[in-house]
Design a protein around this ligand. Structure first.
Ligand code: KIV
Length: 273
């Protein structure tokens, strides 16, 4: 497929997403890792494309995101940016690439300058507040990632729902507010009970994207390969096979966008209590 620039549609920005939250209009996010699929996702009307470090699992075949390097993220982000014309391009900062403010600034700059990212995403709560403050102060939009943080899988003891215990739920809420106060432009909640995600979404000014976090979030994200049913092994509970009933990739992705916007995805069976 030829990847050509088509700049006729307006670029989605963090302001677009904030306005959508204010209007109560949901938006869609999907991962992509290469230019051709990014172009399909972009053309299907997905507002945010995430170059997730999930590429370590679905593209590279590792059993976690931990082996993914900065060079990997820069490479895939640059590929995606060549197929992304309208969507906002958000790229993950990989494991241990933001342990100090200096390191985070250097690596976020690489993702934007070499990788074409419009925004970076990083995992962690209170411990990341200063990093977020400094990135934002230098003009780098940040999405914070709470709940299940795959880069901490070994500390968490597996890929598990987070926030079922009262003290964990309370800490997650405090972290969310602290990250927003530090200037984070967006929050992503992964594998969080739906009621907790709803409480956080309703009380935050910035848009909240959910994955396995119930229907009340301002937006939904899925790993592209999961929703196209090409994931190795069992599909996660929070995902859905959008290829079912759709004859093409484009059709499946458009169905996902419609389902997110209408609120029909995620349904109860994709949600944790
Ligand atoms: O890396 C990724 O794809 C992600 C999503 C699971 C949200 O962070």
């Amino acid at each position: 497929m030829a990847v050509t620039a088509s700049q006729t549609l307006p670029q989605i920005t963090i302001n677009t997403l904030r306005e959508m939250k204010t209007r109560g209009e949901k938006f869609a996010c999907l991962t992509a890792y290469d230019a051709s699929l990014a172009q399909v996702v972009d053309t299907a009307g997905v507002e945010v494309i995430l170059v997730g470090d999930s590429l370590g699992m679905v593209v590279q075949g590792h059993n976690s995101t931990l082996p993914v390097t900065m060079d990997d993220m820069v490479y895939h982000s640059a590929c995606v940016s060549r197929g992304c014309h309208q969507s906002l391009l958000m790229t993950d900062m990989p494991f241990m690439s933001y342990t100090t403010v200096e390191q985070a600034l250097h690596n976020a700059a690489r993702l934007m300058q070499e990788g074409g990212a419009h925004m970076v995403k990083l995992e962690g709560g209170a411990v990341q507040v200063e990093v977020v403050r400094q990135l934002v102060a230098r003009g780098i939009p940040v999405c914070a990632h709470l709940g299940l943080q795959p880069q901490s899988v070994h500390k968490l003891g597996g890929y598990r729902v987070q926030g079922r215990e009262t003290h964990v739920a309370q800490k997650m809420q405090e972290d969310a507010y602290a990250l927003q106060a530090a200037g984070a432009d967006m929050l992503l909640l992964e594998c969080v009970p739906a009621t907790l995600a709803e409480e956080i979404t309703k009380t935050m000014d910035i848009p909240v994207i959910g994955i396995g976090a119930g229907p009340a979030c301002d937006a939904q994200v899925l790993v592209l390969y999961d929703m196209l049913d090409i994931t190795h092994g069992k599909r996660p509970k929070f995902s859905r096979n959008f290829m079912q009933g759709n004859a093409s990739l484009q059709g499946a992705i458009e169905a996902y966008v419609r389902a997110v916007k209408s609120g029909s995805f995620p349904a109860a069976e994709h949600t944790f209590n």
